[in-house]
Ligand binder design. Structure first.
Ligand code: UDP
Length: 327
């Protein structure tokens, strides 16, 4: 059985769906602080899924999951992930993300479970020194969210050396889209991400889309990001589990497409997909946004045999289908 922490959240729910469709038995552990019970109800229709509501900050709650289930490996998504909030309230991020993970690892070691796929982030690299960013790029996060994820990466290295716990850390770039059948999708409250925010402005009563800065040193003045489709991203998690199951060593991979799009390009693509003129307001730059963030994904391609296939347009189409369904 595979334990998925944070399985009621955006990326976690897509991973659970793929695992269930593959015939895996899954137990989801989620506090439902940012995840949704409706997502779990939906996912239950797709296979053998058990749900435990609990918080990683309580060791006894996660220990109980290992006591009651035959967990063989873990995919660990549960975390707070808003950069701005992490700057205002770092304690919330270090307690939840770092301390919560320490409890999870404690429970794993007590039950001799030694395989974990961990959601890390491009935010561990900080301000890029060069792009595309490969895994050799220095990791100097510029906010507590990125720092909390980097701390966990370091803990995972030390736990491997000392206890033989094997991990694959997946450093996500900008995750986008929803599953192609609109079974699950992106559902954050408040929503801070680009594509859902643009799409929200297409619905009646929606506020104009706020574009944060058009004076960056890029081809059209707006930030460049590497948008990786959530289904492609999830494929890498399944490959990482296979890799660990065949006794792979601890490692880490960038998950992105090797290609970037500006905010204006994403916006135009949203207008094309929805067939609507979307109201927009140019606002000041958002603090902490680097001009360009693009992944070099060759390590994951070479070693995991992973290859992202979906285009930005496909991600926007699936995200829009999901938003329409939600409205
Ligand atoms: N962005 C924007 N308006 C929004 C949300 C995001 O202009 O409502 C911009 C943001 O400044 C960045 C890009 O879109 O340049 C991607 O931001 P997002 O929050 O989706 O992901 P991040 O790069 O912060 O992980």
């Amino acid at each position: 059985m595979i334990l998925v922490t944070g399985g009621a959240g955006y990326i976690g729910s897509h991973c659970v769906l793929s695992l269930l469709k593959k015939g895996e038995e899954v137990v989801v552990f989620d506090s439902l602080v940012t995840g949704h019970i409706e997502t779990i109800e939906t996912l239950k229709q797709y296979g053998k899924l058990k749900f435990v509501r609990g918080n990683l900050q309580n060791l006894s709650e996660i220990l109980e999951v290992f006591e009651n289930n035959d967990v063989t490996s873990v995919v660990h998504f549960a975390a707070f992930s808003q950069v701005g909030e992490s700057v205002k309230d770092p304690q919330k991020y270090y307690y939840n993300n770092v301390y919560g993970t320490l409890n999870l690892l404690n429970a794993m070691l007590q039950h001799n479970v030694k395989k974990i796929v961990f959601s890390s982030t491009a935010a561990t690299y900080g301000e890029p020194e060069y792009t595309p960013i490969d895994e050799k790029h220095p990791q100097n996060p510029i906010n507590p969210y990125g720092s909390s994820k980097l701390m966990i990466e370091k803990i995972l290295d030390d736990y491997d050396k000392a206890y033989g716990l094997k991990s694959v850390r997946l450093r996500y770039f900008n995750v986008a889209g929803a599953d192609s059948e609109s079974i699950v999708g992106e559902w954050h409250d408040p929503e801070t991400h680009l594509i859902p925010n643009i799409l929200k402005s297409t619905f009646s009563g929606g506020k104009p889309f706020a574009m944060f800065g058009d004076d960056y040193d890029t081809k059209d003045g707006t930030c460049v990001r590497d948008y990786i489709n959530v289904e492609d991203l999830v494929c890498a998690h399944l490959l990482a589990l296979d890799y660990l199951n065949s006794n792979g060593a601890t490692t880490y991979y960038n998950l992105g497409t090797n290609d970037g799009n500006t905010v204006k390009e994403v916006f135009s693509s949203c207008e094309l997909v929805t067939g609507k003129d979307i109201p927009v307001e140019i606002k000041a730059r958002r603090e902490g946004d680097p001009a360009v963030l693009v992944a070099d994904n060759s390590k994951a391609k070479k070693e995991l045999g992973w290859s992202p296939e979906k285009t930005l347009e496909q991600s926007i189409k699936s995200a829009y289908a999901w938003e329409v369904k939600r409205h």
